[in-house]
Design a protein around this ligand. Sequence first.
Ligand SMILES: *Cc1c(COP(=O)(O)O)cnc(C)c1O
Length: 240
Amino acid sequence: MHLETARLSTLAERIEWVRQTIANAARRAGRNPDDVTLVAVSKTVSAEQILAATELGIHHFGENRVQEAEKKIIALADRLPSDVTWHLVGHLQSNKARTAMAIFAMIESVDSLRLATVLSRLAVERGTPASILLEVNVAGEASKFGFTPTALPNVLPAILSLPMLEVRGLMTVAPAADNPEEVRPVFRHLRELRNALNTSLPNVHLRELSMGMTNDFPVAIEEGATIVRVGRAIFGERSA
Ligand SMILES: *Cc1c(COP(=O)(O)O)cnc(C)c1O
């Protein structure tokens, strides 16, 4: 956690700090701050805290477990503003895909052709397209899910041919690092991979780059992140 955010005690102050930090990073990179979407990662955070964040203008929430998200959404029911959207940022098992599609506006963690195929089939069944990102394991860590940067170009045409699947871009989780500069090459690699795919494959328009978390989101924005997924800097350290 950044020292600065640890000192900020209220949710309002922390959200304001994250907003300012996003805007400053965007300006450093000559980008428009409005081109960066803030997803507040609310895993382990209570439904009441989520509601409080919506009152401070947060519209997008990220969860990594389908059942946890479902419980909170049911608990908040009609108290949530209608413009709130949920992003799935954790690994999705096929047997939870049906529930996930009912809950999440975007599934950021599509990490196999098999899962993409299941989502496509369910989207056809529902008659609603599924909006997805493809997760890339840029650093090739054994502990992480995702396509390798070398496998993705080969598998992408098959994914793009699936009906009712809107592939909006790429997502990655950078390795843990003491200094965020250490993971700058990971973010740069994801951007270059997206650009290369957009140029080499016809009819590919991957726009989104979901990258950057509490420890490294300013660097990710400098490298082109269009979505940052920030948990602890907003809600505080997780006990669980
Ligand atoms: C937990 C999580 C985040 C947020 O991490 P923080 O360090 O709390 O900002 C972002 N992305 C994914 C995939 C996560 O699991």
